[in-house]
Design a protein around this ligand. Structure first.
Ligand code: PEP
Length: 255
């Protein structure tokens, strides 16, 4: 049984005051929803404050990126060691990191290794660019990202994968539920080849890309899809609570 998971990626949005307000606006309702893991990923500077606000709740905290080294002369970077006392999850290989900041599969792989050895749970993002999608190269691209990103890494139940087609992120043009489920099924076969079928069946794979309260059911009603990584819609308290509660209702139903 895979526990559904909804993670909110706030990206480079919210001041500390705004992050505080956003948590206040959603905390009570979000905390009450059962059967779905809920994770908030605010900017680094709000991790401590949001962590304090979430204390005693069932909501978990994640960061959006980190360096792979524990410490050193890397001005402006944040290390796994700095994060372990603050949060449980870490988003790695987000397409905005890959394409705006030049993160390669090799760098992503080092980050996944560093996260796991520090006790952080990675949410590894993979997904194809629009031109790769149009050229029918989705499987080729995501299998390379999975195989390189997880190369040399022993299987670990804490790893979460997020399939996020780049053409769907922040565009309002979400994938179809069936299309996302097909690629996620393929990702599971990649994980089975890398490790084994049982492990692949046990890992959670999310969909991400323009998820809203209006389309979440299309994704989570697919048995292959274990939840969502939500960007823009996670910045609106009511919208995010609705996404999580609809997920809980759908995943509660017997298949
Ligand atoms: C994301 O940031 O991972 C994302 C999927 O963004 P959005 O939901 O805004 O498309």
């Amino acid at each position: 049984m895979r526990i559904p998971l909804i993670a909110g990626n706030w990206k480079m949005n919210t001041t500390v005051a705004e992050a505080t307000e956003l948590v206040h606006d959603m905390l009570e309702k979000l905390d009450k929803i059962e059967g779905v893991d809920r994770i908030l990923c605010p900017p680094f500077i709000s991790l401590a404050v949001v962590g304090e606000l979430l204390k005693g709740s069932s909501i978990k905290l994640g960061a959006q990126n980190m360096h792979f080294e524990a410490k050193g002369a890397y001005t402006g970077e944040i290390s796994p060691l700095m994060l372990t006392s603050l949060c449980e999850f870490i988003i790695l290989g987000h397409s905005e990191r890959r394409w705006y900041f030049g993160e390669t599969d090799e760098i992503v792989s080092k980050k996944v290794k560093a996260a796991l050895s520090s006790g952080l749970k990675p949410i590894l993002c993979v997904g194809e660019r629009p031109e790769e999608n149009e050229a029918g190269r989705t499987e080729e691209v995501v299998s390379k990202q999975i195989n390189c990103g997880l190369s040399g890494i022993a299987s670990c139940p804490d790893i979460v994968i997020a399939y996020e087609p780049i053409w769907a992120i922040g565009t309002g043009r979400a994938a179809s539920g069936e299309g996302a489920a097909a690629t996620i099924k393929f990702i599971r076969t990649c994980l089975a080849s890398l490790w084994n079928k049982d492990i692949a069946q046990g890992l959670r794979i999310l969909y991400g890309g323009s998820v809203t309260s209006n389309n979440i059911t299309e994704f989570v009603s697919q048995p292959e899809i274990d939840g969502a990584l939500v960007g823009g819609a996670s910045l609106k308290a009511e919208e995010f609570v609705s996404i999580v509660s609809q997920t809980a209702a759908i995943k509660r139903q017997p298949v």
